[in-house]
Design a protein around this ligand. Structure first.
Ligand code: NAP
Length: 288
């Protein structure tokens, strides 16, 4: 597994963290929640606004998304002409039809990157002319703020330089790792869907802090800071979570009382169940 990781705070400019991407032309077909997050990561990596061409289902929607993202709206044919990279951010059920519709307009050598869950590289390669480079990227939405994770799956016709370009595009997303396609279901449980699970836990903690008497804005900032801080302790010290937990558990103290309540409520099983459900659904979507 190879990884590229760059924290936004660790670099003062995109140029310092990788190649100059200002001349790379991107056609982004489908700039919704995930496509929009990918657009922000690519802009942060140094792609020029005029070279990030947005195509949604109507020109009004393309204009709206482009204005919000700081990119450029285009028609599908305008965006595809001269594109180095074509990103598919539409819903999974649309991907193969879209590939059939654009296969004759794809510039030679353009790399197609699909964000879709459940649509395999083999299915996409079969929908395209032989030898077309295809990758899958499985991102999560925190890539929009440089704190996400993306799993990259390389198709059979992708050259090393093309794969390096895909890594460079995601270099400011947080962490970008190469994964085997069969790992994508686990990746969805452990990263793709995980922000939503974390939001639910943070919401529950915030609601309870309000019930305990804190004002909501104070409760929200305390809990976000504490969740961020706990993750940073683990990543910076390399401590095992159990060791970090035991280190703050005094005999008979407040923390052990709370931890025992969490175990009795089945929090561990609930979290594992959520991740397994996401991975299982991904497997079903792919027909695996
Ligand atoms: N959301 C996540 O956390 C997440 C995580 C990993 C992967 N993904 C993958 O990301 C993909 C998109 O999911 P999403 O949640 O971002 O969906 P979404 O917010 O509904 O975005 C879909 C986008 O596709 C556009 N679109 C629809 N039909 C189109 C067409 N014929 N031509 C061009 N654009 C078209 C929509 O434009 P209009 O608004 O104009 O209709 C919209 O911008 C899915 O394949 C999903 O599996 C999502």
């Amino acid at each position: 597994m190879t990884a590229s990781s760059s924290h936004p705070a660790a670099h003062t400019s995109a140029e310092q963290s990788g190649p100059d991407l200002s001349g790379v032309r991107i056609a982004l077909i489908g700039a919704g929640n995930m496509g929009g997050a990918v657009a922000r990561a690519f802009l942060s990596a140094g792609v020029a606004a005029e070279n990030l061409q947005i195509v949604n289902s109507t020109s009004a929607s393309s204009e709206r998304a482009a204005a919000e993202l700081g990119a450029t709206a285009a028609s599908r044919s305008e965006a595809l002409e001269g594109a180095d990279v074509v990103v598919l951010g539409v819903k999974p059920y649309q991907v193969l039809d879209l590939l059939s519709a654009i296969r004759d307009s794809l510039p030679a050598g353009a790399v197609v990157i699909s964000l879709a869950a459940g649509v395999t590289i083999a299915a996409m390669e079969a929908a395209l002319p032989a030898g077309m480079p295809v990758e899958r990227a499985m991102p999560n939405t925190p890539i929009a703020v440089g704190e996400g994770a993306v799993g990259l799956m390389r198709g059979t016709s992708v050259e090393d330089a093309q794969h390096a370009l895909v890594h460079a595009l995601f270099a400011r997303a947080g962490v970008a790792v190469d994964i085997a396609e069969e790992q994508v279901h686990a990746f969805i449980g452990a990263a793709g869907s995980l922000p939503a699970f974390t939001y639910l836990i943070i919401e529950a903690m915030t609601d309870e802090a309000v019930r305990l008497g804190l004002k909501r804005d104070l409760a929200a900032s305390l809990i976000q800071q504490t969740v961020r801080g706990a993750a940073t302790v683990l990543s910076e010290t390399g401590a095992h979570p159990a060791a970090a937990k035991n280190a703050v558990s005094s005999p008979g103290g407040t923390t052990v009382q709370g931890l025992a309540a969490m175990e009795r409520a089945g929090v561990r099983a609930g979290v594992a169940g959520a991740m397994a459900a996401a991975a299982d659904h991904s497997r079903q979507m792919a027909g695996d």
